[in-house]
Design a protein around this ligand. Structure first.
Ligand code: AMP
Ligand code: MG
Length: 402
């Protein structure tokens, strides 16, 4: 029997969230800032546009000018330098994005004009202000345009560049060391002796770390040797903000990860009422944390999703560290284990205005095919008995809904 009391998944997540903190900020080139989270509010140092700009190709005019024909006195292209001006009876040819001349208060689209012998006729009524972007209409100087904690996407990158911010302050990304354990585990490119299993977890977990915004580093693989595992756990935690181990946290004779973590710091929990992944172990080691993930491939990835990913997001300054929660309608009856809170992998689709979930099939913790293609997990309370077609249950979305 494990010495660790079984705690609920909610308690476990609350402990993880209370232990981890955002990492310090660092300057990041805006060109490299995709997906990074801002560590400070961004305030616009200038007005956009900084001058009145034409939104069309046409003629800059005075709206109240009623002269039947008007003389074209300037041609103003985008990027034109030096301010020009017009008076009643005159207009300026102007291109999209060019500065509107002094005196003009509207731009008439070229399609609504006629020109003959250097004189221009307006063929319809003109409203003051039309086709002009006023100074600061897009962004006003002093506006907070991006908030701390924003995950930078294409529009944010564009906005930063618009304002001349070629560098921004972002939270540091956590370095996450990944160690796999087990006498039976071999590298995927090695021959597989009888009884051996290829190491899938280290590679799946490193991929999950990168998807969560972390920097994944491998600490390699450790045989089930207590001294060796202690040494590699120590080495891993010294080289990273977070250590993930796979395997060796159950109650087998050669499960050495819990003792290795106990030597280094405080183990907050070692058993959770959760399926898949009951033996999940979490330790605080100085400023760093370690997760002992179960060895079964599905258990390690699901516990990563539910308990590790939020930690990595918090470390990156994400206030919304958990996945979006939705309510889904079950497409069919689900087969359940029923003894613990279960995160049942599903494919969620949008059907006639409802989110409909279909199971990925057998939920064995060894069966990676139950993860392939999933974009959500239905949260099923213990003792739910059966859950049946048409029932509505909460789910997290782990990927886009098609
Ligand atoms: P353990 O948690 O060490 O008892 O391992 C549980 C199951 O997961 C066993 O069937 C292991 O062979 C398997 N397993 C452990 N580590 C890995 C790994 N890195 N890649 C694939 N399967 C693994
Ligand atoms: Mg093992």
């Amino acid at each position: 029997m494990s010495r660790y009391d079984m705690i609920s998944a909610d308690e476990a997540l609350a402990i993880v969230k209370s232990v981890v903190r955002p990492l310090p900020a660092e300057p990041v080139a805006t060109t490299d800032a995709d997906g990074r989270l801002l560590a400070e509010d961004v305030v616009s140092p200038e007005d956009v546009p900084p001058f009145r700009a034409s939104t069309v190709d046409g003629f800059a005019v005075i709206a109240v000018d009623t002269s039947p024909t008007r003389q074209v006195v300037h041609e103003i292209t985008a990027g034109a330098v030096g301010q020009s001006s017009i008076q009643p009876g005159t207009v300026a040819r102007i291109m999209t994005g060019a500065p509107v001349p002094d005196g003009a208060d509207a731009v008439v689209m070229i399609e609504h004009t006629a020109v003959q012998d250097g004189r221009m006729v307006v063929e319809r009524g003109v409203r003051s202000g039309e086709n002009i972007r006023p100074i600061g209409v897009d962004v006003a100087r002093g506006d907070v345009v991006l908030r701390r904690g924003t995950a930078l996407g294409p529009a944010d990158i564009g906005l930063l560049m618009t304002l001349g911010f070629t560098e921004v302050s972002c939270y540091r990304r956590p370095v996450v060391a990944v160690l796999s354990t087990g006498d039976e585990i071999v590298e995927p490119w090695e021959p597989v002796p009888p009884g051996a299993v290829r190491d899938s977890n280290r590679y799946a977990l490193m991929s999950a770390v990168r998807e969560a915004g972390g920097i994944a580093v491998s600490v390699g693989h450790a045989r089930d040797d207590r001294v060796l595992q202690s040494r590699l756990v120590r080495q891993g935690i010294e080289s990273a903000d977070v250590l993930l181990t796979s395997g060796g946290v159950s109650v087998g004779d050669r499960d050495y990860i819990k003792p290795a973590l106990e030597e280094l710091g405080k183990v907050h929990f070692g058993r959770i009422a959760f399926r898949p992944g009951m033996p999940l172990t979490f330790a605080e080691i100085g400023e760093r944390v370690a997760f002992g993930l179960p060895g079964n491939p599905v258990s390690s990835l699901v516990t990563f999703e539910v308990f590790v990913r939020p930690a990595l997001r918090i470390m990156q300054g994400d206030a919304q560290s958990e996945r979006p929660r939705v309510e889904v309608e079950l497409e069919h009856d689900f087969r359940l284990a029923g003894d613990r809170l279960e995160y049942h992998r599903v494919m969620v689709r949008w059907v006639d205005g409802r989110l409909v979930a279909r199971s990925t099939g057998l939920q064995l913790s060894s069966r990676l095919m139950s993860m392939v293609g999933h974009n959500g997990m239905v949260i099923i309370q213990p003792g739910s008995g059966t859950v049946v077609a048409g029932q509505r249950l909460p789910a997290i979305l782990t990927g886009p809904v098609l």
